[in-house]
Design a protein around this ligand. Structure first.
Ligand SMILES: Cc1ncc(COP(=O)(O)O)c(C=O)c1O
Length: 434
């Protein structure tokens, strides 16, 4: 059996797959076993922030692996590599966040935040937003606002009140004396790279403070320079003050690692035994994360991300102008960008055309294709990616034109009826660089 057959026969099939085997990578480029080259504009769903095969990560892995990979009694014992990560990361935390705990995935970090918020407040309800994504554990699914997730799994989790992302008045109405926490992404990633209106997160902070409700900010996709700042809430200055903040993905550049940060006040109310885990804060992950975070901070990678992000978004907007019948909107912040297609069902087709020409992008629900390259991506690779995307859009356009009934002008003015985006209000005009 080849690699694809083995996987298809022996692995649990939770998702459709692309017909693609990745054998190795370097920087923004990856190769299949036959030497086919692709530009990785997915960075493994926003994880490989320093690109593939970066010596910063490899050296940290090798050096820590040759010392110790898992402590005796795990978290009961101290580790120089965990201390190093705490020293590097703690001073970078925004607002009043003061203490950290390391876990293994974003969902686990959010799960822990929700669990602690409910326990400490003694309240049960959580307010979350439509279109949000906070993970796939049972608890995090209960606050994930995709209708698909809700339908499939969350019928037994009635303690969440969903409101439209960005609508402050709806949030004011949704909170009550029973609300333990509000959970929010600074930019909805999986929901389609949706930016909140200016001042939204500041107003939510103020509301939570007045009502003594915990604010959980999920920076799992937006953290570690993805939007041009170390954390996306820094774009709003000091007025956004979470009680809990979760991080993951880029934290260790490819090693499975995530974290929860809490304020000193929250930390005081946490009791021994409230949480723990075999791999939590293991020396190998901490060594890699310390190297990554150190690199990001020492080299002002956020500024580089802002410049590259402007180039990428300008190119996506130019494509939107060239293909108004295919692309409804281009948006983004830093190197978290997306195009929203007019026709939802063309997402996979466009993704396939891109792949056939050597560009990997991320198909997302609601007609959205995300482009989230590594943070060190070059201007040349951005230009190359944009020209592949242009070719893929031309192919898609020709195919749609051929399939259209005679007499409909499909040049570059395709028209598809209906708004596929009712549940998730458009953020047109808020994207940077428009
Ligand atoms: C904002 C956000 N929160 C949580 C998660 C879940 O993280 P993980 O897949 O590491 O469990 C994701 C994953 O995409 C995410 O984007």
């Amino acid at each position: 059996m080849n690699c694809i057959e083995t996987d298809n026969n022996y692995a649990i099939q939770f998702s459709d797959r692309q017909n693609l085997i990745i054998d190795r990578g370097f920087g923004t480029e990856v190769w299949d076993p036959l030497g086919g080259r692709y530009l990785d504009f997915t960075s493994g769903w926003g994880v490989s922030c320093l690109g593939h095969g970066n010596p910063v990560i490899i050296d940290a892995l090798i050096s820590q692996a040759s010392r110790v990979m898992q402590n005796p009694n795990s978290g009961f014992t101290y580790s120089p590599s965990r201390s190093r990560l705490l020293e590097v990361l703690q001073p970078l935390l925004p607002g009043n966040l003061a203490r950290l705990f390391f876990v293994n995935s974003g969902a686990e970090a959010n799960d822990l935040a929700l669990k602690l918020a409910r326990k400490i407040s003694g309240r049960k309800r959580v307010v979350s937003t439509l279109g949000s994504f906070h993970g796939r554990t049972f608890n995090t699914l209960s606050v994930t606002g995709g209708p698909e997730n809700q339908r499939r799994f969350s019928s037994e989790s009635p303690a969440t009140d969903f409101v439209r992302y960005g609508e402050f008045s709806a949030l004011v109405k949704a909170v009550s004396d029973e609300t333990a926490a509000v959970i929010l992404e600074p930019v909805q990633g999986e929901g389609g790279v949706r930016l909140p209106p200016p001042g939204y997160l500041e107003r939510v902070t103020e509301l939570c403070r007045k009502k003594s409700i915990f604010l959980i900010i999920d920076e799992i996709q937006t953290g570690f320079c993805r939007t041009g700042k170390m954390f996306a809430i820094e774009h709003g200055g000091a007025a956004i003050r979470p009680d809990f903040m979760t991080m993951g993905k880029g934290l260790a550049g490819g090693f499975p690692m995530a974290a929860l940060a809490v304020t000193g006040q929250v930390a005081e109310q946490i009791q021994k035994g409230d949480h723990g885990g075999t791999f939590c804060g293991n020396p190998l992950g901490c060594a890699v994360a310390a190297a990554v975070v150190d690199f990001l901070a020492a080299n002002q990678i956020g500024e580089q991300v802002t410049s590259r992000g402007v180039e990428l978004l300008a190119g996506l907007n130019a494509l939107r102008r060239s293909f108004p019948g295919l692309i409804r909107e281009a948006r983004g912040t830093g190197l978290l960008t997306a195009i929203e297609l007019v026709a939802e069902d063309q997402v996979w087709e466009l993704t396939r055309h891109c792949q056939e020409q050597g560009l990997l992008v991320t198909p997302t629900r609601n007609g959205i294709v995300r482009l989230i390259p590594d943070l060190l991506v070059s201007s040349q690779h951005i230009s190359e990616a944009l020209s592949i995307l242009e070719g893929a859009l031309q192919r898609l356009g020709s195919r749609v034109a051929a399939a259209s009934p005679a007499g409909i002008d499909c040049g570059s003015h395709f028209r598809f009826g209906g708004d596929n985006n009712e549940k998730y209000p458009s953020t047109a005009g808020q994207a940077a660089g428009r």
